[in-house]
Design a protein around this ligand. Structure first.
Ligand code: RTP
Ligand code: MG
Length: 154
């Protein structure tokens, strides 16, 4: 991990899994030059959903959000790169997929406010990265690796 690199938590939500868009989401982050350091295909249970979305516990949409995020498998990931948290949020687009700019994942592919395909740690929430990575992954699941283009790319 070089000096300016940071790690950020990302998740393909149940709608992305159901619609067969895991690969597309991974591809967009890879294409931007971010590096995958962890990935896990899993179900989020009620308890994890409450912890992960704890900041929204008092909001009227909380129960629906928990129901959605626990409705089927998700693909949880950790991505690394320079300013990775902000980069991912830019690639994701605005929360409401109907308003998200074309060119973004949500803008191009997402359906609406609730079904917006992807979660990324909030860059405005100090420490959200570490907190969410810790919640979903053990330390040994985060891989340190270097790209070695000389070996495999001709
Ligand atoms: P996320 O946490 O899922 O990456 O999304 P976000 O940062 O862009 O948006 P956030 O404000 O954290 O909201 C979390 C999720 O709650 C749903 N939501 N519903 N009905 C509503 O007013 C409302 N507001 C937010 C969205 O699905 C959003 O992804
Ligand atoms: Mg959020």
């Amino acid at each position: 991990m070089s000096e300016h690199d940071e790690r950020t938590f990302v998740m393909a939500k149940p709608d992305a899994v159901q619609r067969g868009l895991i690969g597309e989401i991974v591809s967009r982050l890879e294409g931007k030059g971010l590096k995958l350091v962890a990935g896990k295909f899993m179900r989020i249970d009620e308890e994890l959903a409450h912890e992960h979305y704890g900041e929204h516990e008092d909001k009227p949409f909380f129960d629906g959000l928990v129901e959605f995020i626990t409705s089927g498998p998700v693909f949880a990931m950790v991505w690394e790169g320079d300013d990775a948290t902000r980069q991912v949020r830019r690639l994701m687009g605005a929360t409401d997929a109907r308003e998200a700019a074309p060119g973004t994942i949500r803008g191009d592919l997402g359906n609406d406010l609730g079904h917006n395909l992807i979660h990324g740690s909030d860059h405005e929430d100090e420490g959200a990265n570490e907190r969410e990575i810790d919640l979903f992954f053990d330390d040994e699941e985060l891989l340190d690796w270097d790209r070695d283009a000389s070996t495999w790319v001709y």
